[in-house]
Design a protein. Structure first.
Length: 447
């Protein structure tokens, strides 16, 4: 893989990956549970996710590699646990993330161009960004930088005049719907800070990764939190009922009109969600590509075109996501959001346990940042592991409570199928004496 990703490419990817789903999709959904308490839920979600992303940053800067989400868990913790996490991510991507973003984007477009059909437009959106990413990572990252720049213009248009329309009484009653509702909302919103995780999927394609990876994560997380809080305060300050029952376009229509409204409606939710779809296509195939190179999946699935794009994997993601979108339809927005969060957190859990190796393995300790040598360092992976598991359990429980036990069982069956497949595959690799997970070296991280 060519090292085409520079600092601002990473920042654009991370910000574009988070703000799109974070504010314009997840906040209205979370508000149905927590109301104005969603503002606090963003802060509650940020604290554990900041710890989790610090762990991700430490691994990424120590062993920059392509497909790091799977590799770190598999080679520094447990191959089976890492595969189960990635298998859960695939479920969350096909049954959640891609259909969610495409359908939400189509819904915001419908608010501007009334009369469009949601599912067909969502399919067109999925296909458009699929084609963009077939043209290569460099092209996709340039599209991401431009879209993120326009996104910040839209956020400014939303927040600056919106601050003057805030009514203090609308921000009261943070706990009116109970602490439990805030806990669930924060678990759901935790996924909105996970965009920085995308960078370890592209570590082997990053220029000067030891510097650019950690700096980009710190910078993007800070920017995202400020944007979330400003927009949440404006959204609920203008009117909680509008936020709970509508979209950010409905909030903006209270104080924006004409040209400014359309600049926000297009440059805000439409471009934000578009950047998330584009960014997900950019990094979503990298761990799958690593699995092909490790012979867990057939090597032909990992074929790369002249532009460096794993086009077979990309095509499979596009196809399965499209099928799920057609099958569930436009009523599946909340379900898509729940499974997208579950997949996004599940894939991180084994990575958290991998961080313990940084202090215990002399080979890694020598490469790792200076913070690893601190006496209190062990607390960082402990908190990361605990937070990620708790968030995952809350989300799984809520799927069964809010939707039906059948969706929960569907996920469990999917995981059972995955572990059976991986066990048979490992047995085959051992039989032919070609099991990459049996080696006690770091060669798997060489791209």
């Amino acid at each position: 893989m060519k090292k085409t990703m520079k600092f601002w490419d990473l920042v654009a990817l991370e910000v574009g990956m988070t703000i799109g789903a974070g504010i314009f999709i997840y906040m209205p959904i979370a508000s149905q549970s927590a109301g104005v308490g969603t503002i606090l839920a963003f802060v509650v979600a940020f604290a554990p996710m900041a710890i989790i992303m610090i762990n991700v940053m430490l691994l990424g800067s120590t062993l920059p590699t392509t497909g790091g989400t799977f590799k770190y868990g598999a080679f520094l913790f447990s191959p089976k646990a890492a595969f189960l996490g990635l298998w859960a991510y695939l479920f969350g991507a096909f049954v959640g993330l891609f259909p969610l973003n495409a359908l939400a984007l189509a819904s915001y477009m419908k608010g501007i161009w009334d009369g469009i059909s949601l599912v067909p437009v969502a399919l067109i959106i999925l296909t458009f960004f699929y084609v963009v990413n077939l043209m290569g990572l460099k092209m996709a990252s340039r599209v991401e930088i431009l879209a993120v720049a326009l996104l910040f213009i839209a956020i400014t248009i939303y927040t600056v005049p919106g601050i003057g329309r805030i009514e203090a009484s609308n921000l009261e009653g943070v706990f009116s719907k109970g602490i439990g509702s805030i806990i669930y909302a924060s678990a759901l919103l935790s996924f909105t800070f996970a965009g920085s995780n995308a960078v370890i999927e592209l570590g082997g394609e990053v220029e000067n990764p030891r510097r650019n990876l950690p700096l980009s994560v710190i910078f993007s997380l800070s920017v995202v939190l400020v944007c979330y809080l400003l927009m949440a305060i404006v959204s609920f300050g203008v009117g909680e009922d509008v936020m709970t029952n509508g979209t950010l376009n409905d909030v903006a229509s209270n104080y924006l009109s004409g040209f400014l409204f359309y600049v926000f409606a297009f440059g805000g939710p439409i471009l934000a969600i578009a950047t998330t779809i584009n960014a997900t296509y950019m990094w979503g195939t990298r761990s799958l590509l690593a699995l092909c190179k490790l012979r867990v999946f057939p090597s032909k699935l990992g074929l790369v075109n002249k532009r460096g794009t794993p086009w077979v994997l990309l095509t499979i993601i596009w196809l399965l996501s499209s099928i799920m979108l057609i099958s569930v339809g436009e009523s599946g927005l909340n379900l898509f959001a729940a499974f997208a969060s579950i997949g996004g957190i599940a894939v991180i859990v084994p990575t958290m346990f991998a961080v313990f190796r940084l202090k215990n393995d002399p080979r890694l300790k020598e490469r790792a940042p200076a913070i690893v040598n601190k006496k209190w360092f062990t607390l960082i992976p402990v908190f990361g592991a605990v937070f990620s598991i708790v968030i995952l359990l809350i989300l799984l429980y809520q799927v069964g409570a809010d939707f039906s036990a059948s969706f929960f069982l569907f996920f469990i069956v999917w995981e059972i199928i995955g572990i059976i497949y991986f066990a048979f595959r490992l047995r085959h690799l051992n039989r032919v004496k070609d099991n990459p997970f049996g080696r006690d070296d770091l060669s798997a991280f060489d791209d």
